[in-house]
Design a protein around this ligand. Structure first.
Ligand SMILES: NC(=O)c1ccc[n+]([C@@H]2O[C@H](COP(=O)([O-])OP(=O)(O)OC[C@H]3O[C@@H](n4cnc5c(N)ncnc54)[C@H](OP(=O)(O)O)[C@@H]3O)[C@@H](O)[C@H]2O)c1
Length: 242
């Protein structure tokens, strides 16, 4: 980093979909951004990439937040849907990968993030990209649903801990982005119809142009980033605000 920015953001899953769109928005808004994902990306200014497999818990435990600024943001966005099959047909290694990436890696990163910054910088925000799938069951998505439900309650608990200890400039949100036109949705639509009983619904959403564009979702996520104090509920959905 060749200058001292006022605000920095760590964004996981920066290489694709919602994460990629959010990185562009944050750069536009003057953030210095550190993107984390397996595939390397390079952007011209105010961006650096850290290659990491976030389902590898040893690697996540060793990750260090090395940059500092008066305002720090962590966006836990990386996620995967996992094997779209009913429980009993999943592999145990597949279950572990979903749980590690979607639920455990965010917990570890949040722990390290707060340990690094809480008493050292003026304000901080943790934005976890959750899903409606964490609020109700969806056929053949049990590990994914469970991982997002875990992210929601973890977020609520951490915010309560911060409130109880009067960290008034620290915010945590778990936000469901709606159904967004990203490679994850391609993967969902190419799943086995014999294993996924609601496949047609996802095919129809795409066919009927009902998927959100990642850039418009990034704009909405930015509203929460810009004014976290205005979003009093920890668990929210982009559908809650237009
Ligand atoms: N799209 C939707 O409709 C939708 C709806 C609700 C919630 N969400 C949530 O939104 C978030 C972003 O999803 P998306 O739709 O933008 O998906 P996406 O386009 O498939 O992007 C997923 C991102 O996560 C990264 N990632 C995946 N596995 C990883 C690993 N093991 N280690 C490090 N990074 C990894 C990918 O990068 P690499 O492959 O380069 O590692 C990629 O940057 C996810 O948490 C998802 O659950 C999406």
């Amino acid at each position: 980093m060749d200058y001292q920015p006022n605000k920095i953001a760590y964004v996981t899953g920066a290489s694709s979909g919602i994460g990629e769109a959010l990185v562009s928005k944050l750069l536009e808004e003057g953030y210095y951004v550190i993107g984390l994902s397996r595939s390397t990306i390079s952007l011209e200014r105010n961006f650096e990439h850290h290659a990491i497999d976030l389902s590898n818990i040893d690697a996540v435990q060793k990750f260090e937040f090395k940059h500092s600024a008066p305002h720090v943001l962590l966006v836990n966005n990386a996620g995967c849907i996992g094997d779209i099959k009913p429980i009993g047909k999943n592999t145990n290694s597949g279950l572990l990968a979903v749980s590690n990436l979607n639920a455990l890696a965010p917990q570890l990163l949040i722990n390290t993030f707060l340990n690094t910054y809480l008493n050292k910088v003026e304000e901080g925000h943790i934005l976890n990209i959750s899903s409606g799938a964490g609020k109700y069951p969806i056929d053949s998505w049990a590990p994914y649903c469970a991982s997002k439900a875990s992210l929601d309650i973890f977020s609520k608990t951490v915010q309560e801990e911060l409130n109880t200890r009067s960290y008034t400039n620290w915010f945590v949100h778990a936000i469901a982005p709606g159904v967004v036109d990203t490679p994850m949705q391609n993967e969902i639509r190419s799943s086995d119809p014999n294993e996924f009983k609601v496949l047609q619904k996802f095919i129809d959403l795409k066919k009927n142009g009902e998927l959100s564009d990642p850039n418009s979702v990034a704009q909405k996520l930015y509203r929460v980033i810009e004014s976290p104090q205005d979003f009093h509920n920890v668990v929210i959905s982009v559908r809650d605000f237009s």
